[in-house]
Design a protein around this ligand. Structure first.
Ligand code: AMP
Ligand code: MG
Length: 487
């Protein structure tokens, strides 16, 4: 375990120099205080969880203090937003404080979001509000606990600093951890500004630090792109399998590591709805739940375009062609496991599709359906779940197919079935209304609910005593919450 002043820095991105980022100091928040810290994320930095309660912790992550070895930088990037190219974006309110490496030899970027204005702030104030900081914190850690690749969050620091959005709110900072903060948009920036030397430097940096095994391949850049395609396909397969809607899949929000990144008006599905749009400013549904799959490929094509100086167009096209098969294989594998199946049959895809269609028509809770399916034998579970469906004949037909499929799958006890299914079917997910309750309490100065929710969501597959209220469908008021896009 380390004390706060014992972190070891090695700021490799900062060393790339001023073409890639600009030195900016954090602008402190007034009266910084700990809202919540993640024990699991503290462990990534070998930090003793107790240090989160110290005043120096709130000062460090509230922008008042800095380690001598930290080199705070605002990164430049661009990106396609809602399909159109924006030539310059960049860290408008976040700073890469530096890279810390832990005892296991892993490097983690410390990125402080809400740290004040930078040369990339455009019209913004450089700040983040408490509400959106809590949402990003909870989502990062909840996704990780579900096994979905994501940036992580160390803590949220609250303050008395006024910040104006639709109304006056309070400023906060969230400390994000990721092994890299490089986005598709970084490559696009150097491609569209026609800076081939810097673009090559960036590509070498990513290859050396994050895809060293690709060096062994005859065409290292192509091997790296293939790997990025596969990782993104796998991440999106997991989003779809667990009902996560990102909401703002612009290429500046896509990580070259294939991790969930930059949380905005995201949501987990309550009732299953393939057409769900969580971002209320997304009028055309570009980033609707089911569109996340083709948009993943669209985004990878935008990255491919930026890589044309290094890789032939034919090879890029071929690599992009791997996206859908990778996606389908990962998705189907996970959905089979969610249904409790251990073997593969040709018609499994149809079995999945037909139950989703039935759930869609009846507004069935996506998370609880799978959890309850594993509570009992297939026979008993479908009998109990039947009541939730409007199209009873349709459900009965599916249930017959499912029972027959389970019978062909293998001979195992109900104990084994439950254990296997509960290990992939969470009981607790970050429902919007749960986040909303925690935010309302935090805005009134009570942080206990955010902390409790984070604890519950850190073990989503484990039934926890006295936590039944976190495993319920939303009450009426919590069903269709409008999550503000301002953050
Ligand atoms: P986002 O929608 O959070 O992914 O942000 C898109 C771009 O706007 C990024 O370049 C952000 O850094 C920038 N941005 C968002 N909010 C603010 C803000 N309050 N102040 C300055 N820049 C911001
Ligand atoms: Mg962003």
């Amino acid at each position: 375990m380390k004390a706060l002043d014992e972190l070891t820095f090695d700021n490799r991105f900062a060393r790339l120099g001023d073409a890639f980022s600009t030195h900016v100091l954090p602008e402190p928040l007034d009266e910084p205080r700990l809202v919540v810290a993640s024990k699991a994320a503290m462990a990534l930095l070998d930090l003793d969880p107790a240090v989160a309660e110290t005043s120096v912790f709130a000062e460090l992550f509230g922008g008042h203090k800095l380690w001598a070895e930290a080199e705070p930088r605002a990164m430049v990037y661009s990106g396609h937003q809602f399909g159109g190219y924006t030539p310059q974006l960049g860290d408008g309110r976040g700073l890469l404080l530096g890279e810390v490496y832990n005892q296991a030899g892993e490097h983690w970027d410390l990125h402080l979001k809400g740290a004040g204005m930078t040369p990339y702030s455009r019209m913004g104030d450089g700040r983040a509000v408490l509400r959106s900081s809590i949402r990003e914190f909870l989502a990062s850690e909840a996704l990780h606990a579900l096994g979905i690749p994501s940036s992580r969050a160390l803590c949220v620091i609250g303050s008395s600093t006024p910040v104006w959005r639709e109304k006056q709110e309070r400023g906060a900072m969230v400390l994000r951890l990721a092994q890299s903060h490089i986005r598709f948009g970084h490559f696009e920036y150097f491609y569209y500004t026609k800076k081939p030397e810097q673009q090559a430097e960036l590509a070498e940096h990513v290859l050396n630090l994050h895809y060293p095994e690709c060096r062994e391949q005859p065409e290292p850049y192509l091997a790296m792109f293939r790997e990025i395609v596969e990782r993104n396909a796998e991440m999106i397969a997991k989003w779809q399998a667990y009902g996560f809607c990102h909401g703002v899949m612009n290429t500046d929000n896509m990580s070259i590591l294939g991790i969930t990144f930059d949380f905005g008006p995201f949501a987990f599905l309550d009732d299953f709805d393939a057409h769900f749009i969580c971002n209320h400013s997304d009028h055309e549904g570009r980033y609707s739940f089911s569109n996340q799959v083709p948009i993943g490929q669209w985004n990878l094509s935008a990255l491919a375009q930026a890589l044309t100086p290094f890789i032939s167009v034919d090879a890029l096209k071929e690599a992009l062609g791997l996206y859908l098969p990778f996606y389908q294989a990962h998705y189907l594998d996970l959905m089979r496991r969610r249904l409790g199946l251990t073997t593969a049959e040709d018609d499994d895809q149809k079995l999945v599709e037909s139950v989703l269609k039935l759930m869609q028509n009846s507004g069935v809770d996506y998370t609880l359906f799978f959890r309850r399916l594993g509570d009992e034998s297939a026979e008993l579970a479908v009998k109990r779940l039947r009541d939730d469906f409007v199209d009873l004949a349709g459900f009965d037909a599916w249930a017959e197919q499912y029972k027959a499929r389970v019978a062909r799958d293998g001979d195992y006890t109900q104990e084994q079935r439950r254990e296997r299914m509960h290990a992939v079917n969470p009981l607790y997910i970050l429902r919007n209304y749960l986040a909303q309750n925690a935010i309302a309490a935090a805005e009134a100065g009570d942080y206990s609910e955010v902390r409790r929710l984070n604890e519950v969501l850190s073990k989503p597959f484990e039934e926890q005593a006295g936590m039944e209220q976190y495993a319920q469908r939303p009450p009426d008021w919590g069903k269709h919450l409008e999550i503000s896009c301002s953050s």
